[in-house]
Design a binder for this molecule. Structure first.
Ligand SMILES: Cc1ncc(COP(=O)(O)O)c(C=O)c1O
Length: 408
């Protein structure tokens, strides 16, 4: 069992106060807090073995190479990828999704092809596909969400036709929080030769994810949403697909030779995608974050978060002044205080030391589904407690007094 009180001691940020209240951080969908071990691993690189990666012929540099490549192996183990070569380091989930759209989509899609997206998607899994489809003369099709806002295999089947080449969807939506049936979608899509790109930004940090079991073609996620530092992303890809993907950035480290006539021989996957000095301290921090999460157990983290979410939602559902849009999802809780603009609500929570997110959450197509433009979002992580939820609920209860309380 997860010892949350013990775990909380690992996070220096949990001793910070906001407006004279201990911080209650419920914006983990945006980014997570970092344990001391991650901070320490980054500091150690910066203070005792700083050198560039993949370039030097001296001991410090070898140590950096070894540590950096070990992290690639750790990431592969973490998501059960067959080889470390399946793992490309990028600068964030957005960067990973851009790499698939421009590196694979642009070279494989033809005029009249179709890409399936959903209204749940984050801008990072929408805008690159808009641009690529515009450049190639393709069409975007949207899978219909069911009445709860979920994607079902049946709806995917209805959207697929002979033009469909790519399905790009989230594993867990960052607003509605539903776990999408990726394994079933991949099984069906592969029978039709369709590639499935999965945005795992909100799933990999919270639950065990096994890419071999899902059989997805690409999976994108970010280190900073799983206790690691900002500026590091991961793209998992099946090897044959990564080999067919063109790099979107060129430069030092990604080529083995080039000549004055413009001929370039690129390195093998994944080096061909990683031109320039990578975010070395970020990757090292990610390695430490994976060690931390693995030692806690992703299964236990997932179970704990589900029970904490249930605890929060059950209380929210009892409040007449609160609308919950996704009571039975797994991820973030999307809600509104009736009659209160979401950003006003977030500002009031802030005055009680509670950090939540308000707005569109970078998923602006969801307006097509939700009967509201913006929502509040409380996104939990394994270091949140029932006591924190109780305090959050107390503020929600202020209900109609909300604005009075806000403006005094
Ligand atoms: C579902 C989803 N996809 C992609 C992203 C983009 O991640 P990043 O900002 O780390 O590139 C986010 C970030 O909020 C997200 O929630």
């Amino acid at each position: 069992m997860l010892d949350v009180e013990q775990v909380r001691k690992d996070f220096p940020m949990l001793s910070v106060s906001m407006h004279d209240h201990p911080l209650i951080y419920l914006d983990n969908g945006a980014t997570t807090l970092k344990p001391q071990s991650v901070i320490q691993a980054i500091c150690e690189y910066l203070s005792s073995y700083s050198a560039n990666a993949h370039r030097g012929d001296y001991d410090l540099s070898h140590r950096v190479d070894e540590t950096f490549e070990n992290v690639r192996q750790k990431v592969a183990n973490f998501i059960h990828a067959p080889k470390k070569e399946n793992i490309v380091f990028t600068y964030g989930a957005s960067d990973s999704l851009n790499l698939v759209a421009y590196g694979y989509g642009l070279t494989h899609l033809q005029e009249d092809d179709e890409i399936i997206l959903s209204f749940q998607e984050h801008a990072s899994n929408t805008l690159p596909w808009f641009d690529v489809s515009r450049q190639k003369g393709c069409r975007i099709q949207y899978v219909t969400l069911d009445q709860d806002g979920q994607i079902t295999l049946e709806h995917i089947k209805e959207t697929i036709n002979e033009h469909t080449k790519i399905i790009a969807i989230s594993h867990i939506s960052n607003v509605l929080g539903y776990l999408n049936p990726i394994k079933e979608i991949c099984q069906y899509a592969h029978q039709k030769g369709i590639i499935v790109v999965v945005d795992g930004a909100q799933s990999v940090p919270h639950m065990p994810v096994d890419v071999e079991e899902l059989d997805c073609d690409f999976l994108a996620f970010s280190a900073h949403k799983m206790c690691g530092p900002t500026g590091v992303g991961i793209l998992y890809g099946k090897l044959n697909l990564l080999e067919e993907t063109s790099p979107t950035r060129l430069g030092g480290g990604s080529n083995s030779r080039y000549y004055k006539d413009g001929q370039v021989t690129l390195k093998k996957v994944p080096a061909k995608f990683e031109a320039g000095t990578p975010n070395i301290e970020g990757v090292i921090g990610l390695g430490s974050a994976i060690d931390y999460l693995t030692q806690l157990s992703m299964k236990e983290i997932h179970e704990y978060e589900l029970s904490l979410r249930r605890y929060a939602v059950d209380q929210l559902l009892q409040l007449d002044n609160v609308i919950v849009y996704n009571p039975d999802a797994q991820g973030p809780i999307a809600f509104n205080i009736k009659g209160v603009f979401s950003q006003d609500a977030a500002s009031l929570f802030n005055t009680y030391g509670i950090a939540i997110r308000a707005g569109h959450h970078c998923a602006k197509l969801l307006d097509n589904y939700l009967e509201t433009n913006t929502t509040c979002r409380a996104s939990l992580y394994f270091y949140n407690t029932r006591e924190e939820i109780d305090q959050f609920i107390e503020i929600c209860k202020k209900g109609d007094d909300f604005l009075d309380a806000f403006f005094g």
